[in-house]
Design a protein around this ligand. Structure first.
Ligand SMILES: Nc1ncnc2c1ncn2[C@@H]1O[C@H](COP(=O)(O)OP(=O)(O)OP(=O)(O)O)[C@@H](O)[C@H]1O
Length: 330
């Protein structure tokens, strides 16, 4: 397990990382997200020992992480750092050798990764002859070539085309399945939501929310449901433990008025109702009530997306408050 405890880093008067604690377990994919300048890169540099913290400690398997531990980590730095004139495969073999991998193994690992990232044909090209996206793929291969025990990747998905994104996602998932912990930063929150078991949201150097996306979605919020039912508004009034947040006909009442402003008779009603259920209220009873009122066309729990959680968390002055799922406002 990799752990940061009370890590602080200042640049002059500016506190870039502020008493930050978090941990990534073996076999966990941890998404590190935050606004520009929030402190992600600084934290990752400290993790890798590239930068020295002013306070706090980085632990690997319960002990302060040392150079030998970190040599076995895979790192993709923000500033990248390939040798532009070196051939792609030579570069990977060289980097693996630097990390103590025997020559034959390093060559086999380089071949495997080049195939994995669709670069087998480019093995003998110089790095600076590749497109930026392909250089990024080589950079990723470089982080993986020594079969690392832990991965620290600064924006690994930026600049990749969708095929490259899939190849990397697959490659990381495979390592996670083998018990490797992965920490990566990204502004692509849909990807983080899809791939990560856990996320940490950082703002102004502090972790302001962390846990599984599922946890963050449900923590401290009422269960919210969207119900579409062929009934008049008001069908949910009086249900015990149920708060009606919104209750409107699908097209608005105006659509149901005739030329004289009177409600047309005989129109089928379709009502969209947003409900919040108190703890312990059985959603099946609410579904029964909806069915009694009319045919139920939709009955589903609505939860905020990671993007909504993120926006909420970074816009709050202090601790995160309740996110209202976008569907509620729809
Ligand atoms: N070498 C440096 N000297 C002075 N200030 C720095 C230095 N590096 C980073 N900072 C400051 O520290 C803060 C955190 O920067 P950092 O690069 O860690 O953020 P980030 O979350 O990675 O941002 P981004 O998403 O834009 O990459 C910012 O205010 C930044 O301006």
């Amino acid at each position: 397990m990799l752990e940061l405890r009370g890590v602080t880093k200042r640049y002059g008067d500016r506190v870039a990382v502020d008493n930050l604690s978090m941990s990534v377990r073996p076999g966990q994919m941890f998404g590190f997200v935050g606004t520009n300048g929030a402190g992600k890169t600084t934290t990752m540099r400290i993790l890798m020992g590239v930068l020295q913290q002013d306070a706090g400690v980085v632990l690997w398997e319960g002990r302060p992480a040392g150079p030998a531990d970190r040599r076995r980590f895979g790192y993709m730095p923000e500033e990248r750092g390939l040798y532009p004139k070196m051939r792609v495969k030579d570069q990977l073999v060289y980097l693996a050798r630097l990390r103590g991998v025997p020559a034959a193994e390093a060559a086999a690992s380089a071949d495997r990764l080049l195939a994995e990232f669709g670069l087998a044909e480019r093995a003998r090209d110089r790095v600076d002859e590749l497109s930026l996206g392909n250089q990024q793929r080589v950079q990723l291969a470089a982080a993986l070539v020594h079969d690392p025990t832990f991965l620290v990747l600064d924006e690994p998905f930026s600049g990749l085309d969708p095929v490259g994104v899939d190849a990397l996602a697959h490659s990381l998932q495979e390592r996670v399945r083998r018990g490797v912990g992965v920490l990566f930063s990204s502004h692509q929150l849909d990807l983080v939501e899809r791939l990560c078991d856990a996320v940490g949201i950082i703002r102004a150097g502090k972790i302001i929310a962390s846990g599984s996306v599922e946890d963050l979605r449900s923590r401290g919020r009422p269960r919210t449901y969207r119900v579409v039912v062929g009934a008049r508004p008001g069908w949910a009034a009086g249900l015990t433990g149920v708060r009606v947040v919104r209750d409107e006909t699908e097209n608005g009442d105006v659509a149901r008025l005739d030329g004289a402003g009177a409600l047309r008779s005989g129109d089928p009603w379709t009502t969209v109702t947003i409900l919040e259920l108190a703890d312990g209220v059985d959603d099946q009873l609410v579904l029964d009530a909806a069915r009694t009122a009319g045919p139920v066309r939709e009955f589903r729990r609505v939860t905020p997306t990671l993007t909504e959680l993120f926006r909420e968390a970074v816009s709050q002055p202090s601790s995160p408050a309740t996110v209202t799922p976008s569907e509620v406002h729809a």
